[in-house]
Design a binder for this molecule. Sequence first.
Ligand code: SAM
Length: 234
Amino acid sequence: MSKADVPISEAPYFNGFRPSEYTAAMIHVLEEDCVGVRLDRVMDVGVGAGIFLAALARLGAKELHGVDINPEAVMASTTLLSYVAPDCKISVREGDMWVGVATDQRFDVIVANLPHFPSAVTVGDGRPQSWSGAGSELLLRYLDGLPNYLSDSGVAYMTLSDIVGAQNIFSRIEKLNLEFEIVFTWTAAETQERMRSLKDNWVREEVSSLRSYGGYHFLHSRILKIKKTTKLSQ
Ligand SMILES: C[S@@+](CC[C@H](N)C(=O)[O-])C[C@H]1O[C@@H](n2cnc3c(N)ncnc32)[C@H](O)[C@@H]1O
């Protein structure tokens, strides 16, 4: 029996790492943007269930690398990838961001949907604690590592909620001699519970996309596509 014949109820599935709307948006971008591009070696930082690597494998990626601070995510993604991409080289490890990724490794595509919404309330029931965010800290650490790990012609993608102040992130990208474009924008709904539990007055003045109708809140989320800069410095 081939894998395609296996009933859906028997395919690997880990409820705590089920995709969110951010996962879905990234999948949409990868499936549109990564067709025909070099995908020899790809990396997902904060791999969760391994869905981005699974999608990249379907687009032709050969070596699938992932890292996650949560050992259950390592187990979930390794299980999923062995199932959906048995012919790929799979290397998923437990760790904090770039710590432990060999500095001589370069990736053609690097993807990240890292927690950053600075709320104590995670989205939905059954999410692990590592799914909830603390502001832009992880995003900035992700960006800081990119120049070291992205191949010269490589492309990185990241999700970004306006709640952490997009300008702060854009400035860091430019400081690192990287360039970016916003390839996808959507309006995310946030619950009253999440907005009320925001830590340290995180809603910054520059969160211009925040609109509230009573206790119902909406703000922009985006996918950024990042490359090494090709502009000559003056
Ligand atoms: C929002 S989830 C996204 C999971 C998956 N990429 C997706 O889009 O469905 C963020 C993931 O980042 C992981 N994570 C949180 N902090 C991390 C850190 N410091 N280093 C590596 N992974 C981290 C979490 O355990 C979680 O699996």
